[in-house]
Design a protein around this ligand. Structure first.
Ligand code: ATR
Length: 282
């Protein structure tokens, strides 16, 4: 029940009509009988400062940030967690004594689900990442933080893969290498983990695959951060070879669960959150 003790959380971004976060979080608070409400805060960029000044004086414990403000929000924060600083974007803000503290839980959400669903530990492993956008940055930087042997990055616009590799090498050590299409063949043969962070294969283009299925091999763990459809063409092709696979639902749930824990200090009800997403996706 909403009453005078209700604490506020929310999501800042634009547009927000397709986001699952509001439903997923409110379902979790309802089922856990926690007196929180999570609201959508769809806004123009010019209003971000005014909104922060306002919510500082209300019963807000924090909020999520999504496209297109994950970078813009950083100028308005009092403190930024070191991993979020390295990733270069913030998706979760905690409000503590009127101070705004920024975190990024996207990459952690990914590696947690990788451990849970595929029993995969990035330490000492060779990883190939397809794509160099915002999601790729979070995933690649978080994996870099987990001591892999090597990370390879390829992208339709190769220069973006080169730039992201340079940045990872600067922030960590010499572990990241850009790959062009010609060399993909040899690189993937040697890799333990393949991650698609591009939008290729996402609904409605469900017949597209981000790389030639012939390049996949037995023993490769294959992840797609797309969750609609639940099984992309890439995942279907990998399953035919008996590869361990994972779609994007776990990342979505776990990034939300991490945010829940940052705000409330309590363990998130993962299964309830996962079930609520299934209601929306099915
Ligand atoms: P997100 O925040 O979800 O990562 P993004 O920053 O827009 O979104 O990144 C989208 C990624 O998908 C990019 O790597 C993009 O490649 P470019 O950098 O060349 O744009 C990739 N991508 C999108 N459509 C693609 C397509 N049709 N073929 C190959 N890659 C594509």
């Amino acid at each position: 029940m909403i009453n005078n003790d209700t604490r506020f959380l929310g999501l800042m971004g634009n547009p927000l009509e397709h986001s699952f976060s509001c439903f997923m979080h409110n379902r979790a608070y309802e089922l856990e009988k926690m007196n929180y409400i999570y609201i959508n805060m769809e806004t123009e960029k010019k209003n971000i400062g005014d909104i922060l000044n306002g919510i500082k004086h209300l019963k807000f414990d924090g909020f999520n940030v999504t496209i297109p403000y994950k970078i813009d929000i950083m100028d308005h924060l009092d403190e930024i967690d070191p991993l979020a600083e390295k990733i270069g974007s913030v998706n979760t803000v905690k409000i503590e004594d009127g101070r705004f503290i920024g975190y990024n839980t996207d990459g952690e959400g990914f590696v947690i689900s990788l451990a849970e669903e595929c029993n995969f530990d990035c330490r000492g492993k060779k990883v190939l990442i397809l794509g160099s956008g915002g999601a790729s940055r979070a995933v690649a930087m978080t994996i870099a933080d987990r001591n892999p042997e090597k990370i390879f990055i390829t992208n339709r616009t190769l220069q973006k893969a080169v730039d992201l590799s340079d940045e990872i090498n600067y922030k960590f050590s010499e572990i990241c290498f850009p790959v062009d299409g010609v060399n993909l063949d040899a690189v993937i043969d040697d890799c333990d983990l393949l991650i698609n962070t591009t939008s290729v294969g996402m609904y409605p283009n469900v017949d597209e695959c981000p790389l030639e299925p012939e390049l996949l091999h037995e023993g490769l763990t294959v992840c797609d951060i797309i969750y609609n459809p639940e099984k992309t063409m890439l995942i279907q092709e990998a399953e035919k070879l008996g590869c361990k696979t994972m779609n994007g639902i776990g990342m979505l749930v776990n990034q939300g669960a991490k945010a829940f824990e940052i705000w409330t200090g309590k363990k998130a009800p993962l299964e309830h959150m996962r079930e609520s997403l299934k209601i929306l996706i099915d």
